[in-house]
Design a protein around this ligand. Sequence first.
Ligand code: NAD
Length: 375
Amino acid sequence: VAIAVTRERREGETRCAITPETVKKLAALGATVTVEAGTGAGSSIPDAEYEAAGAVIARDAKSALAGADILLKVRGPTAQEISALKSGAVVAAMLDAYREKDTVEALAKSGTTAFAMEFVPRITRAQVMDVLSSQANLAGYRAVIEAAYAFGRGFPMMMTAAGTVAPAKVFVMGAGVAGLQAVATARRLGAVVTATDVRPASKEQVESLGAKFVAVEDEEFKAAETAAGYAKPMSAEYQAKQAELTASHIVKQDIVITTALIPGRPAPRLVTAAHVASMKPGSVLVDLAIDNGGNVEGAKPGEVVTTANGVQIVGWSNLPGRIAADASALYARNLTAFVGLMVKDGVLAVDLEDEILKASVVTNGGAVVHEGVKG
Ligand code: NAD
C-alpha cells in the first residue's frame, strides 16, 4: 500500500501529518511512504530526516500523489490535490467537514473514501487517535504562553531586594482538555488560578490541579453534561446568572483564557464588551474559541486587539500551529494509529463497519455518507 503526505497549503498552517518516527511506524505496517519536499519545514523537520527514516521525497504534490492509496494531511486537501488522487483512494485529515463543504463535495465527486479525524469517537479504543485532545492540550498550553508574552507583568510572585512582584491572577473559562492544560500551565508559572465550566465533572478536575472553581452551581448546572461528556447549550436564565458571576470575578483578573465550545454549534459568548471594559489596563484575554466564532466580544481572528481601556484580546487562529513541532508529532501518531485500523501486512482493507471508521467516514463511493454533514 502506498501512503502519500503532501505539504499543507492552507494559509498559516505550519503543522504536518508525518514525522520521521511515523514514517518508520507506517513502514512497519508494510506501507511505502512518499513525502512531498518541504512538508516538515514548519515543524523543523528537513526532507533528509524523512529520507533517512525510509521515505521517498517527491518534488511536488502531483508526483507524491501519483499512485497513492492513502493521502494523509493535517487540513483538507486542495482541489488540485484531490484531482490528482485516484478514485477509491483513502484520505484522512482534520477536514472541518461541517464548514468545509466545497472540500467535502470535491472529495465525494472524486470517489475517494475520506475520513474526518475530528469525528473519531472519544471511546477508549480510539484515545490514541484523538486529534481533538492532542491538539487542544497543546493549544491550552500555548494560550498561557501567549498571555504571558502579551502581559507586561510577571506570572509568579517574586520577592526581591527591590520589593515584591505580585502573582498574576488567571481565570480560565471552559475546563475541558484545553482549559485544564491552561490551568496546569498557569499554575506551573506561579499564577493564582481560577476556572469555570458548566459541566459539574470539571469541578473536581480543576481543584485537583490546585485551582479554585468558580461557577453558578444550580440545578441546570448539575444536569449540564451530555452522555458523551460534552456541554449542553445553557438556557438564557443560566447565561444571565453566569454573566453576572463573570462580571464580578473578571474585574479582579489579570489574564482571562476562554476555551468554551459546544460540538456542532457556534462558541458561546462568555465575555461581553462591558466585561472587557471593566478590566484593568494591561490585562490580557486569549480567546481559544476564535476559530468557532469566539467566546469574547471584540476578539478578531488572527489579531491582537487593544481596547480603549488598554486591554489586549489575543485572537490567534490555530494555536496548535504555534507549537508546530509537538503538534505535528502528536497528530502524526494519532494518524498512524488510525491508519493501523485499515492496513494490515501491507494490504489496504477498509472495514466501514468498524465503529471508529463508521463514525469518521465522510465520503465514500462517490457520495457524502456522513449523516451530520449531509444534513
Ligand atoms: P470542548 O472543546 O467541546 O469544550 C471545552 C469546554 O468548554 C468543555 O469543558 C465545556 O464543558 C465548556 N463549556 C461549554 N459551554 C460553556 C459555558 N457556557 N461556560 C463555561 N464552559 C463551557 O470540550 P473537550 O475539551 O473536548 O472535553 C469535553 C469532555 O470530553 C470532557 O469531559 C473531557 O474530559 C472529555 N473527553 C473524553 C475523552 C475520552 O474519553 N477519550 C477524550 C477527550 C475529552
